[in-house]
Design a protein around this ligand. Structure first.
Ligand SMILES: Nc1nc2c(c(=O)[nH]1)N[C@H]1C(S)=C(S)[C@@H](COP(=O)(O)OP(=O)(O)OC[C@H]3O[C@@H](n4cnc5c(=O)[nH]c(N)nc54)[C@H](O)[C@@H]3O)O[C@H]1N2
Ligand SMILES: Nc1nc2c(c(=O)[nH]1)N[C@H]1C(S)=C(S)[C@@H](COP(=O)(O)OP(=O)(O)OC[C@H]3O[C@@H](n4cnc5c(=O)[nH]c(N)nc54)[C@H](O)[C@@H]3O)O[C@H]1N2
Ligand SMILES: [Mo]
Length: 689
């Protein structure tokens, strides 16, 4: 698996549904060119503006190239070079001491998310290592669990169909989804459908790039999506537009849902909650029900509110009501990740977890570091594939926790991130061009391998390499840990459903499609993997848990309509979706991209700006009880009144007062799935003097 000159097939590792195929040209051991793989059936040779600059990232002068030991105070960013030997010794020593103490190994917390989506470097030997060590478990909830839990209730799995079939759709709703930016190859197919006559609708409080390019933008009030879906159901049932046959054969509880929608979600009420005119809700419902195939791209934007789980549960009832699942390209699409039958049991070895081990929700890192959660204090934190100092909510408290002198922090990253500034030990990580991996996707149906194109820069090591070293130093079983990346890949692929798609074929042929038929439409004839085998419009499971068994509207935690006392001080609902030039907090340090992104901004409605004496281009301060940050006001009519949008996620140390938008966000959790509530966030804005 050695690097070699010529052209190497690689995969974009970033947390994005597109998982692009890439070709890297290598000459004299150096990657000289990187482009999209024209033979990739879904990503077809074009890359986003970020990843087309990936070589700038790989060869960036700021790449970490050797381990570091902290010499200054936490956060100051002062370090000196040490050897790998010393770094691994110090980490193993610290882990051993903590494990042997009265607090035990659960005082050690691994912290990772999706810096790379590759199966090996995202979740393999790391999981084995921390399970074997007996460390606390981490519930990785920061992005997608609310929607996943919501979908599970209605459909028994994540809403998905063959994304390539979307070309057949004739009515496409991007619901809380900035598809043209966050899923651009799907957007290209939506565009193809549009050329064939499809109408594209965007439901979003913000006129994001996708909304701006759609046929119709519905500027919904943040967090009101479940109410809109119930309002659509009201109209559909009232006007007899439902698919009675589909409801009767394949759904549970249609009558009860119909009654709920008709009686409890009048157009007046829904209009008041959503801030949308009743006539628009009616038109949307009529068009949606009468223009097959109809598809909803339901994405993450609308889940980041307290009621996000229920919102996704509710929205994913709509396709069944109008029988949209019958058609290729009809239904709802959240994520295709569940269609990949990777063998996580073989790869991650959850059987090594000690019974009774506690789980810490990653959204609550602030609470975990403050010792507010049950169980022993967190005495060691091992961060990889993540940048919690920038991306986590309630940032001031996260930083306060990271500053603790009695906390031993390791950060393994490619760059000296905001989090790395607080580390006791920093370890240099390889980039995607320097290691092997295999990739599924959450936005298409192709499996791929990433071949290393070049040797690791400096002394950089891959995630699996570091856990091999640590396991060896801890004296852990070689048969569990001294396993090659290639062997790990084979273990991940051990599944009958991967029949015929072995490692050899992947490495030789490039992207291979899962064993699923063209235009795969999973629920065309029912077959929902729920307990009842039906689409559960009514959920007996929810009833048994004492929860509302029917779709319902759950207001945000910080909702001006239900929290007038809070809104009197902080009246504006702040959304902070990613700026197109960055991938969460990745790429912020790439000069060309940062230049293009400019500086932190806040989009305001002219009425809200005028009321505060704020002019376009002025520097303003956004604040609430949790914290404050500065941004440049953009007053351009791109956001509905009462909402403001500050796109992220900037590095703290590259922002005006050393913090970013997450100083205002809370660690509140979603109703289902324990997800993050980044967009459920009331703030006030004032000119910054
Ligand atoms: N306000 C606000 N906050 C948000 C969001 C938002 O919309 N608004 N979005 C949320 C969402 S959706 C998500 S998914 C999270 C994302 O949060 P994170 O998962 O923390 O994502 P990134 O900020 O991209 O940081 C990933 C880090 O992993 C590093 N990395 C990349 N590859 C490797 C590797 O192979 N090995 C190691 N050791 N490190 C590697 C990168 O250099 C980078 O520093 O942020 C959340 N935070
Ligand atoms: N360029 C780029 N692409 C990315 C990422 C990135 O950082 N940069 N991040 C990747 C990751 S980790 C993820 S999770 C996905 C996220 O991608 P998306 O799922 O598209 O999510 P966001 O961009 O966070 O939000 C989408 C839209 O939802 C809107 N929104 C916010 N609140 C509400 C609401 O209450 N209701 C409705 N209807 N809309 C609302 C926002 O204004 C935003 O325009 O993108 C991935 N792709
Ligand atoms: Mo995400």
């Amino acid at each position: 698996m050695g690097p070699h000159d010529g052209t190497v097939r690689a995969v974009c590792p970033h947390d994005c549904p597109d998982t692009c195929g890439m070709l890297v040209t290598v000459a004299d051991g150096r990657a000289v060119k990187l482009r999209g793989d024209p033979d990739h059936p879904f990503t077809r040779g074009f890359l986003c503006q970020k990843v087309s600059r990936y070589l700038e990232r790989v060869y960036h002068p700021d790449r970490l190239t050797h381990p570091l030991l902290r010499t200054g105070s936490k956060g100051a960013g002062q370090f000196r070079r040490i050897s790998w030997d010393e770094a691994i010794d110090r980490i193993a020593d610290a882990f051993r001491k903590i494990a042997a103490s009265a607090d035990g190994p659960q005082a050690i917390l691994p912290y990772s998310y999706a810096g790379t989506m590759g199966k090996l470097h995202n979740a393999s030997l790391d999981r084995r290592f921390f399970h074997r060590l007996g460390a606390s478990l981490l519930d990785r909830t920061i992005c997608a669990t609310a929607g996943a839990a919501g979908c599970d209730i209605t459909l028994g799995t994540r809403a998905a169909f063959d994304p390539e079939a979307i070309v057949h759709a004739r009515y496409i709703i991007n619901w809380g989804s900035n598809t043209s930016v966050t899923n651009m190859h799907l957007w290209a197919l939506m565009h193809k459908a549009r050329k064939a006559g499809a109408r594209i609708v965007s439901i979003d409080p913000f006129r994001c790039q996708t909304a701006a390019r759609s046929d119709w933008w519905l500027p919904i009030r943040p967090g009101a999506d479940a109410a809109l879906a119930l309002g659509m159901m009201h109209v559909i049932f009232r006007d007899g537009l439902q698919d009675d046959d589909y409801l009767q054969q394949y759904c549970l509880g249609a009558d009860r849902l119909r009654e709920r929608a008709l009686q409890e979600y009048s157009l007046d009420k829904v209009s008041r909650i959503t801030g949308l005119p009743a006539g628009d809700i009616e038109t949307l419902a009529h068009e949606y029900a009468a223009t097959p195939p109809a598809c909803i791209r339901v994405n993450y934007g609308l889940q980041r509110h307290h009621g996000g789980g229920m919102a996704v549960r509710t929205i994913t009832c709509l396709p069944a009501i109008i029988g949209a699942w019958r058609h290729a390209g009809g239904g709802a699409l959240l994520s295709t990740s569940k269609l990949y039958p990777f063998n996580a049991a073989a790869l991650e070895r959850p059987d090594l977890i000690r019974p009774g081990t506690r789980t810490i929700n990653m959204v609550q890192l602030a609470e975990a570091l403050a010792g507010e959660l049950p169980g022993p204090p967190v005495r060691a934190l091992y961060v990889y594939n993540s940048n919690p100092a920038a991306v986590n909510p309630d940032q001031a408290r996260v930083l306060q926790g990271l500053r603790r002198d009695d906390l031993f922090t390791v950060v393994h990253d490619q760059f000296q991130t905001d989090t790395a500034d607080y580390a006791d030990i920093v370890l240099p990580a390889t980039t995607q061009l320097e290691h092997f991996d295999i990739h599924g996707s959450y936005g298409h149906l192709y499996l791929q391998t990433n071949e290393p194109a070049i040797a690791p820069l400096g002394e950089a090591r891959s995630n699996t390499d570091v856990f091999r070293l640590l396991a060896e130093r801890m004296g852990f079983e070689p048969e569990l840990f001294q396993v090659s990346d290639e062997e790990l890949a084979r273990q991940a692929l051990q599944s009958p459903e991967f029949d015929g798609i072995g490692l050899e074929r992947l490495r030789c042929d490039g992207p291979v499609r899962l064993n699923l038929p063209k235009d795969y439409a999973p629920f065309a004839r029912g077959g929902f993997p729920t307990p009842s085998g039906k689409c559960e419009l009514y959920s007996p499971g929810m009833a048994a848990r004492g929860l509302d068994p029917l779709p319902t509207y759950t207001p945000p935690r910080e909702d001006p309509q239900t929290r007038p006392e809070l809104a009197a001080r902080f009246p504006l609902q702040m959304l902070s979706p990613p700026v197109p030039e960055f991938l969460n907090s990745t790429f912020v340090n790439i000069g060309s991209l940062r230049k293009q992104a400019g500086e932190p901004t806040v989009e305001m409605h002219p009425d809200d700006a005028v009321a505060r004496g704020i002019a376009d281009g002025q520097t303003v301060r956004l604040f609430n009880d949790r914290g404050s940050f500065v941004a440049r006001a953009v007053v351009a009519g791109n956001v509905r009144p009462g909402a403001v949008v500050s796109q992220g996620i900037w590095w703290n140390k590259l922002s005006a007062d050393g913090v970013n938008c997450n100083v205002t966000t809370s660690t509140g959790l979603t109703d289902l799935g324990g997800g993050a509530c980044f967009f459920d966030n009331l703030v006030e804005v004032q000119p910054d003097n």
